[in-house]
Design a protein around this ligand. Structure first.
Ligand SMILES: *Cc1c(COP(=O)(O)O)cnc(C)c1O
Length: 398
């Protein structure tokens, strides 16, 4: 079907393949062609496609109970919130359907905290250049990316954008009306850029000194993606509020925001809600995903293949110095920063080598494979990228 016949709102420009079936790291299109999936629905399919334990969990729950709404207690919510808080900085959890809703809730929680503290003037949310927090009004204003806000009316009041990674520049923007700072410990869409531990420590200290809250957006970097359950654990710095989604549902739409009891003090009965969030289907999956990620050997595997991926990508950089500028990111959220537009390269890797990769801002080719990808599959993916970069060089010099 041509684009002209499509009745889908044309906000995306997808390639022509239509995928119909997946198994592990592999996915098949309508024609029966098989692809190695190294983007995993944008860091969502943590265990690849149709992992048997999640198929079982979902179908069992589907035969029991789908939805009651939050008018009633949902057992799976209590269970999963207990696990999330047992292992993290947080005391309380609110479940959502998506990342952007988790962000909305996190931002509302931060403003409400100051209001509950008798400082309702503290409304300013400072976000960063190159950040991505989702597509709701608050989320696009928090990110401040012009492409996401232009034409959608006036910017929401109380959103400020700071340069990435520059603590001194940030300090100048912080004042008596600052409510919170929001950042991704590893920026996803903005070019797969990891914040340094030192920078995160600087942010924590600034927050403690001046009384604003620190919000981490771990929608993409969380759920084991970097080799720890949450990426901020590498730094030892904890936030006051954290938004999660993507990998926590392993492919089922769900998210959450987590907060300390103190930071959530304004979020009392009636001030926030959701119809679908945390429903029994999502919670069955969320619990099964978290249990699997928590198994002692699981993150060890992620770190092992992540090291292999990093070394292989560094090898690509050495072999193609005219095309590759840097290897970025952390764990299994990696970027290959190119000197050229990564889009045509991504297309060739897909159409000629049958490997799916993503792109991110700043000329970055993005890899976010299933966390249970094998060493052999990593090798196949890197070989495919290698071959396409090699032909690119040959064509450029011809
Ligand atoms: C994807 C993403 C979001 C938005 O999540 P949706 O589920 O698409 O609403 C927010 N923050 C980050 C860092 C993301 O990668």
């Amino acid at each position: 079907m041509s684009a002209a016949e499509s009745h889908i709102l044309p906000v995306y420009a997808p390639p022509e393949q239509i995928f119909v079936r997946g198994e592990g790291s592999w996915i098949w299109d309508e024609k029966g062609d098989k692809y190695l999936d190294c983007i995993a629905g944008i860091a969502v399919n943590a265990f690849g496609h149709a992992p048997p334990f999640l198929v079982k969990t979902l179908t069992e729950q589907a035969g029991k109970l789908w939805h009651t709404s939050n008018m009633f207690k949902v057992k799976g919510q209590e269970e999963l919130a207990a696990k999330y808080t047992r292992d993290s900085f947080a005391d309380v959890v609110f479940f959502t359907n998506s990342g952007t809703e988790a962000i909305e809730g996190a931002l509302k929680t931060a403003r409400k905290y100051h209001s509950a503290n008798g400082q309702p003037e503290r409304i300013d949310i400072i976000g960063f250049q190159g950040s991505f927090h989702g597509r709701s009004y608050a989320a696009v204003n928090a990110s401040g990316n012009p492409a996401y806000v232009e034409g959608f009316g006036p910017r929401l009041p109380g959103y400020i954008q700071a340069p990435w990674g520059d603590l001194d520049a940030l300090k100048k923007l912080v004042g008596p009306t600052t409510a919170a700072i929001i950042l991704e410990p590893v920026q996803g869409e903005g070019g797969v850029r990891a914040a340094t531990d030192e920078y995160l420590r600087g942010l924590r200290k600034l927050a403690d000194d001046t009384g604003f809250l620190l919000i981490f957006d771990e929608v993409q970097s969380g759920a084991g993606r970097t080799g720890k359950m949450w990426a901020h654990e590498w730094s030892g710095v904890t936030p006051d509020i954290m938004a999660v989604a993507k990998g926590v549902g392993g492919g089922f739409p769900m998210g959450a925001f987590l907060a300390t009891k103190e930071a959530a003090k304004g979020m009392v009965k009636g001030v926030h809600g959701t119809t679908f969030g945390g429903n029994p289907l999502a919670m069955a999956i969320g619990n099964a995903v978290y249990d699997e990620l928590s198994k002692p050997d699981f993150l060890a595997h992620v770190n092992k293949v992540a090291n292999q991926l990093t070394q292989s990508l560094e090898g690509l950089k050495d072999r193609h110095p005219d095309l590759v500028v840097a290897v970025t990111g952390k764990g299994l959220l990696r970027g290959l920063k190119l000197k050229i537009d990564p889009k045509p390269i991504q297309g060739k890797i897909r159409d000629q080598k049958k490997v799916l990769v993503g792109v991110a801002g700043d000329n970055v080719l993005r890899l976010a494979p299933p966390l249970n990808i094998s060493e052999d599959e990593i090798r196949q993916a890197v070989d495919a990228i290698d071959a396409v970069l090699a032909t690119q060089m040959a064509e450029a010099s011809a």
